[in-house]
Design a protein around this ligand. Structure first.
Ligand SMILES: Cc1cc2nc3c(=O)[nH]c(=O)nc-3n(C[C@H](O)[C@H](O)[C@H](O)COP(=O)(O)OP(=O)(O)OC[C@H]3O[C@@H](n4cnc5c(N)ncnc54)[C@H](O)[C@@H]3O)c2cc1C
Length: 393
């Protein structure tokens, strides 16, 4: 019996597991393969939805798929991996040994040195998003008595920060329709908002922020945060009881357990088959993996890349265990879809991130992504059909 262990039950880990079952069945080896997935809780967390006001349905129980497929689900915190003896150490034990490992422990929020993490919020995990929701409800219960309680600041103007900040005005309006005078601020280190986008997309983003009454502060590379107060460049001060950080992600610290090159986000370089060059019995997929999508580009931390990488990693792990050739990962098409609040979104095409669609049409695409594309189908047969490592070109 071979043992495939999947560390992490997010998008990459979940789809690795589905793809591994699929490939093992196709090879006629399912009864010779034990699959274990380890995750810190029992859910597949749909992270791109964690900025939403209503968190119901933003995570789904892994057991709904793993149990019927005979995959062992171990709930626990992975403390470290010991590649030399091929085992995973759970905090509080036991150790779990593997023949092949898929590392899919994702990423986590980073905080600039001067900002946090104390007294700050984020939309990084379900728990943090639930804490933000609770905080907003507690403020609502007090009736927002001070300017600081009516001021909302998002630090970080990347994709996540933009989605959080553009959702806030309508979220507050729903919570407290009779309270006037909410203020919304977006703080960005770069000299312009949306620098990762092409000029046409950037213009749309800025126009939208202006339309929603969000004040933009750019070139803010030396922030300081004290309780209920953010100090910006030029000693400008914002009193705010709600500061939400969205300043980017770094790879799970477990990546540091393995030898081999890493980028400055801590992601492990992988070969074309998603293996670690110095540990061929380990594959890495999702936010923890530095994988090339085509000869000129690396994948970004996104579901768009984590899900197909998971499907490829699960497929390849099984093939390697049974001495079959693995297949290369490639994903030449690159799109982004940015939520910009009620009735608007921005779909871009290509690595330059040029506008493809905006407005209600783009919003409909975003809704479809959030409610369908990133959610596994409820039935097992369809899920396994979707687990094939076929990538749209
Ligand atoms: C607010 C927000 C909005 C986003 N919007 C988008 C978007 O619009 N489009 C897009 O493509 N991407 C978006 N992303 C990014 C996307 O969610 C990630 O790229 C994606 O989740 C990566 O998948 P993954 O499986 O690699 O990691 P994750 O989804 O992070 O899953 C990792 C799993 O491993 C588990 N884990 C980690 N460490 C341990 C440990 N030590 N022990 C046990 N378990 C562990 C975690 O609990 C988790 O279940 C967004 C992210 C956020 C936070």
């Amino acid at each position: 019996m071979k043992h495939l262990v999947i560390a992490g039950g997010g998008f990459a880990g979940f789809w690795s597991a589905m793809s591994a079952v699929r490939q093992a069945t196709e090879l006629g080896k399912r009864d010779m393969l034990k699959i274990t997935l380890i995750n810190r809780d029992e859910y597949l967390g749909l992270r791109p939805r964690f900025y939403e006001a209503d968190l119901r349905g933003t995570r789904v129980p892994l057991g709904n798929w793993l149990t019927p497929l005979g995959i062992d689900l171990v709930i626990g915190e992975i403390g470290s991996a010991v590649p030399a003896s091929r085992h995973i150490r759970l905090v509080g034990g036991p150790d779990i040994s593997y023949d092949q490992l898929i590392l899919a422990t994702g990423s986590r929020q980073t905080y600039p040195d001067s900002v946090g993490p104390g007294h700050l919020f984020s939309a990084d995990t379900f728990e943090e998003s639930a804490a933000l929701d609770q905080h907003l409800r507690a403020l609502t219960a007090t009736g927002f008595p001070t300017p600081a309680s009516r001021t909302f600041v998002v630090v970080g103007g990347g994709l996540t920060g933009l989605e959080i900040v553009t959702a806030l005005p309508s979220r507050l309006e729903r919570l407290a329709p009779s309270i006037p005078g909410f203020a919304f601020h977006l703080i960005e280190r770069a000299p312009e908002i949306g620098l990762g986008y092409a000029p046409d997309a950037r213009r749309h983003i800025v126009k939208r922020l202006q339309h929603l009454g969000i004040t933009m502060h750019t070139g803010q590379d030396e922030l300081r945060h004290e309780k209920d107060r953010l100090i910006l460049a030029g000693n400008q001060q914002l009193s705010a009881k709600t500061v939400i950080v969205a300043t980017g992600f770094t790879a799970s610290p477990l990546a540091a357990t393995f030898r081999g090159p890493r980028d400055d986000l801590g992601r492990l370089a992988v070969d074309a088959f998603l293996r670690l060059p110095e540990h061929p019995e380990v594959l890495a997929a999702g936010d923890v993996s530095l994988a090339k999508t085509d000869p000129d580009h690396y994948a970004v931390m996104s579901c768009q890349h984590a899900m197909p990488q998971g499907r490829t990693a699960g497929h390849n792990a099984v093939r390697l265990l049974f001495n079959e050739d693995p297949i290369p990962y490639a994903q030449p098409r690159y799109r982004t879809c940015l939520d910009l609040g009620p009735g608007d979104a921005l779909v871009t095409a290509g690595w330059e991130r040029r506008v493809k669609t905006i407005g209600p049409e783009a919003k409909a695409i975003k809704t479809e992504i959030l409610t369908q594309w990133i959610c596994p189908p409820a039935d097992i047969v369809n899920t396994l059909a979707m687990a094939a490592p076929v990538i749209a070109s």
